[in-house]
Design a protein around this ligand. Structure first.
Ligand code: 5BU
Length: 278
């Protein structure tokens, strides 16, 4: 596990050079939560209701706005208002995966205008480093200074059965993160990756990429379409800094009671990890 993983969120915030990561760690520490809820609901009303009732217990809301059937400016205005009210960040799980010229248009244009409201986005590095460069150009463009602070997570591993995001692909994800470390804030992965051995790059002093782990569920081992789950505790012990849970929270009979359980289990596991490293 990386040395950063053993430190508190506030220690990491105080040393980190990226303003968005500082803010993320500050939110975690202030609200005592490392939960990202994956709000995979299909209407604006459901999305905003979830964001409002779960807001006090989460650090980040993860969206798939392309599944929201009535997506409009109201969706964005509502989400931004609730992000301010409850102090959480917005992560659009769009998984960009195309040539640079196309992803630039997908990131800042179209019906979704993701760069105007999402703090965090993610991409696969299957197309090569050009995708990261292209997204970074949009994020730093003068045209978008009115938007939020922005950062990218590289999709380094996937939780679905038979995933091909392994081995050389995962190692290349770490290489690209290091190459574009001003814009890449971390990884979507099932574990900490800083000790991945690469022939191309090596960790720099104080390297601190944030690990978001999907496929987290307290009561299920997986679904019928290949999703594979681990518990919040296991995810944090393997190096997750933020646990991402969807159906385990929003499909529970009482989502607020559920998010509190994920919050407690995730936070206790984080405290345990930090205590073991002291
Ligand atoms: P679930 O309901 O907790 O299974 O939802 C998981 C969410 O995380 C869902 O939005 C997926 O699109 C997302 N996800 C994932 O499950 N596994 C991955 O490897 C990646 C994303 Br990347």
């Amino acid at each position: 596990m990386s040395s950063a993983s053993g430190q508190t969120y506030s220690a990491r915030a105080s040393k980190h050079s990226n303003a968005l990561v500082k803010r993320l760690f500050d939110i975690a520490e202030l609200k005592k939560t490392n939960v990202t809820v994956s709000a995979d609901v299909t209407s604006t009303m459901e999305l905003l209701e979830l964001a409002d009732c779960l807001g006090p217990h989460i650090a980040v809301i993860k969206t798939h706005v392309d599944i929201v059937s009535d997506f409009s400016n109201d969706t964005v205005v509502g989400l931004k208002r609730l992000a301010e009210k409850h102090n959480f960040l917005i992560f659009e799980d769009r998984k960009f995966i195309d040539i640079g010229n196309t992803v630039q248009k997908q990131y800042h244009g179209g019906a979704l205008r993701i760069s105007e409201w999402a703090h965090i986005i993610n991409c696969s590095i299957l197309p090569g480093g050009g995708i990261v460069e292209a997204l970074a150009q949009v994020a730093s463009s003068n045209d978008f200074h009115h938007g939020p602070e922005r950062g990218l997570l590289i999709l380094a591993e996937m939780t679905s059965k038979g995933s091909l995001a392994t081995g050389a692909y995962t190692t290349a994800s770490v290489d690209y993160a290091r190459e574009y470390k001003d814009f890449v804030i971390g990884f979507i992965s099932t574990r900490a990756l800083t000790e991945v051995q690469s022939d191309v790059t090596s960790a720099t002093e104080g390297e601190d990429f944030v690990v978001f782990t999907t496929g987290v569920n307290l009561s299920s081992k997986g679904d019928k379409l290949g999703q594979q789950y681990q518990t919040p505790k296991s995810a944090i012990e393997r190096g997750a800094d933020f646990i991402i849970a969807g159906r385990g929270i929003y499909a529970a009979s009482d989502p607020v009671e559920a998010v509190k359980r994920y919050q407690k289990e995730g936070w206790d596991a984080y405290l345990g990890r930090v205590a073991r490293t002291e």
